[in-house]
Design a protein around this ligand. Structure first.
Ligand code: ADP
Ligand code: MG
Length: 244
């Protein structure tokens, strides 16, 4: 049985002014797949995943998310409902409690009651191992803890797809592991994930596919074993030598 991909990117082209940042990108991601996106700085990784939740518009091609063609979408609500995103900077509300940060969107955007939102938030905070910090202000937490709260906050909207844009790049090294562990748990639970990261161990262990982007193009798309053993292009080898 074949299913339609949950994300379908076809002939996607995007420019920032004269700068051509995505060049005829095609990509299908099926439900439950974990796709890691690698590539040098400025290659278009962030722009690509931001097109999937309509944080960025595009000029040509189409991005279809769970059957919604984004170029024709009048309202953002269907995408925001289905696609969660975690950024390098956690973007929590620092003066609100951890619990409030996670409760906010489900109350405002999904119409949950206080009690429902609290239950859901506490369950998620337990899942990311941070339940006992629920009443602290977000700003009092370490970077790794804040990023775990940011993941819980995204999950509170019950997305079908989670996008991660270098979620551990702003963290002190000793906090990277705790965030990757939460992401591993999410992967095991069957979430569809599109992850920009430089964490090669995560790519090897968790990804079904590893993409290599350079200058706005997807140049490689292979299972990690194959990708790391024998990258097709010299450019990929050079990149891997630099980051390894
Ligand atoms: P990556 O995430 O791989 O580092 P980005 O997607 O952030 O790459 O950027 C791709 C290119 O687009 C870069 O040359 C970057 O400078 C440019 N760019 C990104 N965002 C903007 C923007 N808002 N306005 C103009 N140029 C941008
Ligand atoms: Mg980026």
């Amino acid at each position: 049985m074949t299913q339609d991909p949950i994300i379908r990117i076809q002939g996607l082209n995007k420019w920032f002014g004269a700068l051509h940042v995505l060049k005829d990108v095609n990509l299908d991601v099926h439900a439950g797949q974990k796709v890691v996106v690698l590539g040098p700085s400025g290659s278009g990784k962030s722009t690509l995943i931001r097109c999937v939740n309509k944080l960025e518009d595009f000029q040509q091609g189409e991005v279809t998310v769970d059957g919604h063609p984004l170029s024709r979408l009048k309202r953002l609500e269907p995408v925001r409902r289905e696609v969660g995103m975690v950024f390098q900077q956690f973007n929590l509300f620092p003066h609100l409690t951890v619990l409030r940060n996670v409760m906010l969107a489900p109350i405002k955007l999904r119409g949950l009651s206080e009690a429902e939102a609290r239950d859901r938030a506490l369950t998620l905070l337990r899942r990311v191992g941070i339940e006992e910090q629920a009443d602290k202000h977000a700003a009092q937490l370490s970077g790794g803890q804040q990023q775990r709260v940011a993941i819980a906050r995204a999950l509170a909207m019950e997305p079908k797809i989670m996008l991660f844009d270098e979620p551990t790049s702003a963290l002190d090294p000793e906090m990277v592991g705790e965030v990757l562990d939460v992401m591993r748990g999410l992967a095991t639970g069957g979430m569809t994930m599109l992850v920009v990261t430089h964490e090669m161990g995560f790519a090897r262990d968790v990804a079904d596919r590893v993409l290599f982007m350079d200058r706005g193009e997807i140049l490689e798309d292979a299972p990690p074993a194959e990708f790391f053993r024998q990258p097709k292009l010299e450019r990929t080898r050079t990149f891997l030598h630099r980051v390894a």
